[in-house]
Design a protein around this ligand. Structure first.
Ligand SMILES: [Zn+2]
Length: 328
């Protein structure tokens, strides 16, 4: 759906609001007792079996959406969910938590702080940006609060000869509080939105310099052989894992080059957006959520280059203002 304005300009539909086509969901077995559900560019989720319990990774946007994933998982295992791991605070990954009935909800301490600071605004912002992901939005009982948080690392012993699941903080990146979930024995990594595999990056709450440098170095340093990114297909094999990480790094590098050049010469935000769009579109333009994300990405990077360290809070109103300024 494209809207034609009175003066002849063509407006792009706001964010992903016109994206109403359901995506095919694929449940994949990555190793014994290790599952991923991917969805053609919609947010990915995962699960890891312990001896007599389950660890679920990410919660989707609503309990109704999460219940659909749990039904798929229940075709493979009936173990109760003991832990729900949230990679970061974004609504489309946290607000479905109630469906898991997990006694323990784990996140990084910064994720808890971000939910307290901006969870409410983020909920409304993401609902307006991506309405399709919020199946039965009234089923969300409220914000999701982690019950256990950590700063550097938290290890869950899986028992029964299954090894361990290591939750690690790799540094500031997609948000201030992203964790990755790492299975050293199986060499499987759930990277959250720190790595995308053939999907565009969302950097509206990001720390671009840290993410492109030490944070992705730390992620790459784990030596994963299978990687589940925040969106997109599972990367299988060291070459595919490296390609996913490189793609993420390149996306950030091109944005930093383009926005940085306009910022240094005293240009405008709109010029920075146009330059980034032109430079990224040939490789990334057809990937999921590219058009949706870019205005918010460039706006945040512009702030970062202007010395605003802590990302400003996105609200429904601010979303629209930035969109109308850049994407028309
Ligand atoms: Zn996110």
């Amino acid at each position: 759906m494209w809207l034609i304005g009175h003066d002849g300009w063509v407006a792009k539909p706001f964010a992903s609001s016109a994206d109403t086509a359901d995506q095919t969901r694929t449940l994949e077995l990555l190793a014994d007792g290790v599952y991923a559900l991917t969805a053609q560019g919609d947010p990915n989720v995962g699960a890891v079996e312990g001896e007599d319990f389950l660890v679920c990774i990410e919660a989707l946007a609503t309990p109704v959406a999460a219940a659909g994933w749990l039904a798929r998982l229940r075709e493979h295992t009936g173990k109760p969910v003991r832990y729900l791991v949230l990679s970061h605070y974004h609504a489309v990954r946290t607000l479905g938590a109630a469906a898991f009935q997990a006694p323990v909800i784990v996140a990084h301490e910064q994720t808890r702080a971000l939910i307290a600071e901006r969870g409410e605004q983020d909920w409304h912002s993401e609902l307006a940006r991506m309405p399709r992901l919020f199946q039965e939005p009234a089923s969300v009982p409220g914000l999701t609060w982690p019950t256990v948080t950590f700063t550097d690392q938290l290890t869950i012993q899986l028992g029964g000869g299954r090894g361990e699941l290591v939750l690690r903080y790799a540094g500031r990146g997609h948000t201030a509080g992203d964790l990755v979930a790492w299975l050293p024995r199986q060499r499987v990594l759930f990277a959250g939105d720190l790595v995308e595999s053939q999907a565009a990056l969302y950097t509206g709450d990001a720390f671009h310099a840290d993410w492109a440098g030490p944070t992705l170095d730390a992620v790459a340093g784990l030596g994963a052989e299978t990687l589940v990114g925040g969106r997109g297909a599972v990367a299988r094999g060291p070459a595919a894992v490296a390609a996913a990480i490189d793609q993420t790094r390149r996306f950030l590098a091109v944005m930093r080059q383009q926005v940085g050049a306009v910022h240094r010469r005293g240009g405008s935000l709109a010029e920075a957006f146009a330059a980034s769009h032109a430079a990224l579109a040939p490789q990334y333009g057809r990937w999921p959520i590219f058009e949706h994300c870019l205005p918010f990405n460039v706006s945040r990077l512009w702030d970062e280059l202007s010395g605003i360290d802590w990302p400003r809070i996105w609200t429904v109103q601010r979303d629209r203002e930035v969109w109308d300024q850049l994407q028309r």
